[in-house]
Design a binder for this molecule. Structure first.
Ligand code: NAD
Length: 457
């Protein structure tokens, strides 16, 4: 997109935001309700677009559109609940109140792996809060963005410009980040991307919401229900071909159950059905690109060269030269290898023994990322320690479920190199509004706060 076209886009977005913000929030919610209805009607078609572009298996693509629908439902309810607090004033005949107002234009930069849901997290909240949005999708997912925009255009009447799509690569993302007219930049992608873009937004003192890479771990305790645990691990580590920000990458297993757990995991990984994502029954589709495949192999080669035990990880179904199907890799480590500290966006699961739960929690937290974590246990003391202030340092901490597959009702996001942002449920909507603290004096005197005297007579 050239500069002139970009200017037109931002101008349009700004103009529509000024109109949209004057609609009462429940009326904004009504349009989001219609959008949700349209997504329901187009669910299968939109899911097919996700499968075609992002190569997700059909059931996961359907789940992703469902997530966008769920976000619409959530936002409709929220449109009547944008509550501000009222606080007691220390002065007589005074009232203290919080008001929440829209920010204006929100810029939304998204990754390839959730090409519709992450946009929906942002758009549904941003819209009921009274903002317009400019969406820069992943270059791997432009058709998904077009599909969503088309659904919006069908129901939005005069407010079609509330969603404007800015197709392109890194340059377009940079335009958004440097543009003072864009009040909030919500960026989802790798930590590297966040580190490059965040200083641009901060330099103009813009607001930022960062949803970056993860390096998620699970701990399996002696009391764990292993049937449930293996299922949870398999979906988290191998589902979406290990290409979720919440994918399980590291597993710490108590030594008493280590051999049994590894044996079961090997059998389970062997049984997974890897194949064309459009084919019924496929559980694992291909990696997004050859580049992604090469990165996975580099990591595995590096581990093998050090004598680390790598099971699986090889390319399969090579009769289709354009697709990169891989067998998920189990990597059995005795010590923490450097490779474990990075996020490799592919199905590689590192497994390490532990003796003491506190050590396992330490190893889990001892990475730069802080997105998702799990413990598998039936011992209440262990799960409560894991959830306590001395436990997991992640934004997501689960008990007896895997690290991936969050519901929209909770706030989603993570700490440290994951960026600190929170999107989706709970009170994440506050990120899309500005807070005004209003003090109202309904008396006929002017007492000053903290008892300060300033008598002009
Ligand atoms: P990516 O970082 O390559 O790209 C994400 C987006 O940022 C794209 O729109 C891309 O065009 C843009 N971008 C990337 N680098 C840029 C740069 N240097 N300058 C300007 N723009 C840039 O990520 P991806 O490969 O699409 O997705 C995978 C990554 O996203 C993983 O690290 C994953 O953990 C992360 N992710 C995080 C979440 C979360 O909620 N925390 C959700 C999904 C994906």
């Amino acid at each position: 997109m050239n500069n002139k076209e970009y200017e037109v886009l931002v101008k349009k977005s700004k103009e529509i935001s000024l109109k949209w913000r004057t609609l009462p929030a429940p009326q904004r919610g009504e349009l989001i309700r219609l959008f949700g209805e349209e997504l329901r009607l187009q669910k299968v078609q939109l899911a097919q677009t996700i499968t075609k572009e992002a190569r997700k298996i059909h059931t996961e693509s359907l789940g992703e559109v469902q997530e966008a629908i769920d976000m619409c439902d959530f936002a409709v309810g929220l449109s009547r609940q944008l509550y501000g607090l009222t606080m007691p004033s220390e002065r007589p005949n005074h009232r203290l109140q919080e008001l929440w107002h829209p920010l204006g234009v929100v810029g939304c930069i998204t990754a390839f792996n959730f090409p519709m849901a992450v946009f929906a997290w942002n758009f549904c909240l941003a819209a009921v809060c009274g903002n317009s949005i400019i969406w820069k999708p992943s270059p791997h997912a432009n058709q998904c963005a077009k599909g969503i925009k088309k659904a919006w255009d069908k129901v939005s009447g005069d407010f079609a410009d509330l969603i404007l799509v800015l197709e392109g690569g890194n340059e377009e993302a940079v335009l958004i980040c440097k543009d003072k007219r864009i009040a909030l930049v919500s960026a989802t992608g790798s930590t590297q991307m966040g580190k490059e873009l965040a200083p641009m937004v901060s330099a103009r003192l813009g607001k930022l919401l960062l949803e970056l890479g993860g390096n998620n771990a699970a701990i399996v305790c002696p009391s764990a229900d292993l049937d449930l645990t293996i299922k949870g691990i398999a979906f988290s580590a191998c589902g979406t071909t290990g290409q979720r920000c919440t994918s399980l990458r590291r597993l710490f297993v108590h030594e008493d159950i280590y051999d049994d757990c590894v044996k079961r995991l090997r059998n389970c990984f062997d049984d997974l059905i890897i194949g064309c994502p459009t084919k019924e029954g496929s559980q694992i589709g291909p990696l997004i690109s050859e580049e992604s495949y090469n990165r996975m192999q580099e990591i595995l080669d590096s581990l093998k060269s050090k004598g680390v035990d790598v099971i699986g990880g090889e390319r399969i179904n090579i009769e289709d030269p354009k697709e990169f199907y891989v067998k998920p890799a189990l990597v059995l480590v005795d010590t923490i290898e450097d490779e474990m500290l990075k996020e490799t966006f592919a199905p590689i699961l590192y497994v390490k023994k532990y003796l003491d739960l506190k050590d396992a929690i330490f190893m889990q937290n001892n990475v730069s990322q802080g997105l998702s974590s799990s413990i598998f246990t039936n011992d209440m003391r262990e799960s409560e320690l894991f959830l306590s202030e001395s436990g997991s340092d992640c934004g997501i901490a689960n008990v007896n479920i895997g690290t991936s597959g969050a519901e929209i009702g909770g706030a989603f996001g993570g700490e440290k190199d994951t960026g600190g942002g929170r999107e989706s449920g709970s009170d994440a909507w506050k990120n899309y509004m500005r807070r005004v603290t209003a003090t109202i004096n309904y008396g006929d005197e002017l007492p000053l706060a903290q008892g300060v005297e300033f008598d002009e007579s």
